[in-house]
Write a protein that binds this ligand. Structure first.
Ligand SMILES: Cc1cc2nc3c(=O)[nH]c(=O)nc-3n(C[C@H](O)[C@H](O)[C@H](O)COP(=O)(O)OP(=O)(O)OC[C@H]3O[C@@H](n4cnc5c(N)ncnc54)[C@H](O)[C@@H]3O)c2cc1C
Ligand code: FES
Length: 285
């Protein structure tokens, strides 16, 4: 069992949890993820390592409440125990001294991009970060990203904070500058990552995306997380989660993300009908 040592609601429906998991915190690297299962009968959910403190022995996860399992996890409090916290999984983000790199984050993607931006900065790169959200009240960790970036551009879709519009607009402007951009790393909603790749392609700038495919085992055995990359079938859990976004067949990826929508809706409805509060309390008992 793994103890939740701290919990914080960062913005509506996005939760931060610090978990006591010394082995994961010792070995984890930027870009890797864990698989969390709240209780014996719970579903496994992959969540990216947003921060680690090996001295304290803790790992930070940040997650958006989107369906049954993330909403169930959100009901747990500091001091509660969760059943499984398996990791670190996946291949760490490849970090090198490249020159200038641009980190682009949308929505909850701000959390996984933070350790990556920090690692690129520590490797001696100039880091330009672009972060976006639908509205001001959904922005978090601006200070964290500022601390590890040479330049930070903030956008909101509705213009309530920073520049009005989506992240691909400043991304294109940065690419049009005389400064050579060595690499772009984009993490966020699928549609955002896809359009970051559409934006960078004419500039021929390598663009790494972190794919949030559906997963079951997270160890390369079930095939649930497969993607088409460069015409080959790859498994996000063991070959990724980072991929060269220009090689991804985004139509297939987007279609696969939708295949269990009915089941996901049904699971949430059943969970709500059975009394989500008592279910979570039972799980904690
Ligand atoms: C390697 C990896 C790292 C991830 N890291 C994070 C993270 O750090 N923070 C975070 O909030 N989420 C992350 N995700 C996504 C997260 O795992 C899913 O949101 C979660 O499994 C949904 O479970 P659920 O039961 O709450 O919702 P479900 O009932 O499974 O789904 C509810 C809704 O969310 C959508 N959804 C389901 N799975 C995903 C998914 N993988 N990506 C996007 N939408 C999905 C469904 O289409 C549906 O609309 C990551 C996914 C992967 C593969
Ligand atoms: S989650 Fe099963 S193969 Fe990747």
């Amino acid at each position: 069992m793994y103890r939740i040592v701290a919990k914080e609601t960062l913005v509506p429906s996005i939760q931060l949890m610090k978990i006591d998991a010394p082995a994961v915190s010792r070995k984890g690297r930027a870009g890797q993820f864990v698989i969390v299962r709240t209780h014996e009968r719970g579903e496994r959910i992959p969540l990216t390592i947003a921060d680690m403190d090996p001295k304290e022995g803790t790992v930070t996860i940040v997650f958006q409440e989107v369906g049954k399992s993330t909403r169930e996890l959100a009901m747990f409090k500091a001091g509660d125990l969760i059943k499984d916290f398996v990791g670190p999984l996946g291949i760490p983000t490849h970090v090198d001294k490249l020159g200038t790199v641009v980190c682009v984050a949308g929505g909850v993607g701000v959390a996984p991009i933070a350790p990556i931006a920090r690692a690129f900065k520590q490797a001696g790169n100039r880091v330009i970060t672009i972060m976006g959200a639908r509205s001001k009240n959904l922005l978090f960790w601006e200070d964290r990203l500022k601390a590890v970036s040479d330049e930070l551009i903030v956008t909101t879709d509705d213009g309530t904070y920073g520049r009005k519009g989506v992240v691909t607009v400043p991304l294109k402007e940065v690419l049009e500058r005389p400064e050579k951009i060595a690499e772009v790393i984009a993490i966020g909603p699928v549609v955002m990552m896809k359009f970051c790749c559409v934006t960078t392609r004419p500039f021929n700038v390598k663009t790494i995306v972190s794919l949030n495919s559906l997963m079951l085992d997270g160890t390369g055995m079930c095939g649930c997380c497969r993607v088409s990359a460069g015409g080959q079938t790859k498994f996000v859990c063991v070959d990724g989660p980072d991929f060269d976004g220009h090689t991804i067949d985004w139509d297939i990826f987007q279609a696969r993300q939708q295949i269990y929508l009915d089941e996901e809706k049904q699971a949430l409805q059943e969970w709500e009908r059975c009394g989500c509060v008592s279910a979570a309390q039972k799980a904690r008992a």
